[in-house]
Design a binder for this molecule. Structure first.
Ligand code: DP6
Length: 349
């Protein structure tokens, strides 16, 4: 017999960034963060998990290629879900699995991303969130999404925010065992549905410095990171929550851009310095800043993660259309820049 579950999870983009861990194994952050979850039609992971009495080991395939499951992060997520597994009774297929049997059973996992893996488009976020959600369904774990987020967090920090749609806050928590470091939904996907998210894919190659290594170096060497985590982010989180609640785009854009820029300043303040953005990224920032200033009130916010791709959040459809025209003018398809495509995604679950 085989029991199978398939789940689909969108990626999320932080508007107040997570950068730096206070515990590397449990993946506990040095500050709260806030993100927006994208529409699954554009950037998502689809994961099928299967269990069968004939499987003799846990195995996983990512985009069709088998990958090793020996990494601590996979094992931690698997162990946590196994510990919460319950009895399963599937009458239709005649499958009965008792709670105690899960320890002996093995799973096969097949996961696909519909966007570039490890190109700074938060693929690990969607990946681990989807894996944990699918395993929880397979094993009939009863935990709610916030409780599952604390498990997904142990796969990749940003993954905990992908268990919800809309705007999501990852509360850093205080407990040493990480039980209060989890995600909560601030507002659902309908709350601010006029926003349009455009991703300008500057480069889809694998990034040179992984987020994990980058943030470890920043924690060890950047004084700006300490100042950011203690003095800057707590105030920004409060202001961002208010801007989201009241749909105040001007404050939202100002906070989003400032936080992205400070995150990249922390990267430069790291020894050795980390360069995630490139010349094209910088030109996109200039283009947006110039346009926002000429309009008097911001029309678009930009944010960049651990890579050169721009995530542009337009106030509404009209602003999004104008933005695309401007970008096409600044980066004509025949030019030698490496801005090669756009992914347009609405905020959704
Ligand atoms: C810049 O969640 O990929 O995207 O926890 O080590 O897996 P690990 O890091 P990861 O880092 C994401 C960093 C970021 C900002 C963010 O998403 O908040």
């Amino acid at each position: 017999w085989v029991r199978m579950v398939t789940a689909q999870t969108p990626t999320n983009i932080a508007v107040i960034k997570y950068w730096g861990k206070r515990d590397e194994t449990l993946i506990l952050p040095v500050n709260d963060s806030i993100s927006v979850t994208l529409d699954p039609a554009h950037l998502c992971t689809t994961t099928t998990v299967a269990v069968s009495s004939s499987f003799d080991q846990d195995r996983m395939w990512l985009n069709g290629k088998e990958i090793s499951l020996s990494g601590g992060r996979f094992q931690n997520c698997l162990r946590e879900i196994r510990a919460r597994a319950c009895d399963v009774e599937d009458e239709e297929k005649g499958i009965k699995i008792a709670k105690k049997d899960w320890e002996k059973l093995h799973v096969h996992i097949a996961s696909f991303n519909n966007f570039p893996t490890a190109a700074g488009l938060a693929s690990s976020a969607a990946g681990f969130a989807c894996l944990v959600f699918a395993l929880a369904k397979l094993m009939n774990a009863k935990e709610d999404n916030s409780e599952l987020s604390a498990i997904a967090r142990q796969g990749s920090g940003s993954a905990c925010r992908s268990l919800f749609g809309g705007f999501v806050k990852w509360i850093m928590g205080k407990a040493e065992d990480g039980r209060d470091s989890l995600a909560v939904q601030l507002v659902d996907e309908k709350h601010w549905d006029e926003l349009v998210i455009i991703i300008a894919v500057v480069c889809s190659r694998q990034k040179e410095t992984s987020s994990t290594t980058g943030m470890r170096d920043s924690v060890e060497t950047s004084l700006l990171l300490k100042h950011r985590a203690k003095e800057v982010v707590p105030k920004r989180i409060t202001e961002m929550e208010e801007a989201i609640k009241t749909r105040d785009f001007e404050s939202f854009a100002q906070l989003t851009c400032a936080d992205s820029n400070q995150f990249h300043a922390v990267c430069l303040d790291t020894c050795p310095p980390i360069f995630y953005m490139n010349d094209t990224s910088h030109r996109i920032i200039s283009c947006v800043e110039k346009w926002n200033r000429s309009e008097g009130t911001p029309q678009v916010a930009y944010t960049f993660d651990a890579g050169p791709n721009a995530v542009l959040i337009a106030h509404n459809r009209k602003a999004a259309t104008q933005l695309l025209q401007k970008l096409l003018f600044c980066f004509p398809p025949s030019s030698d820049t490496d801005l090669n495509s756009y992914v347009i995604g609405d905020k959704s679950i």
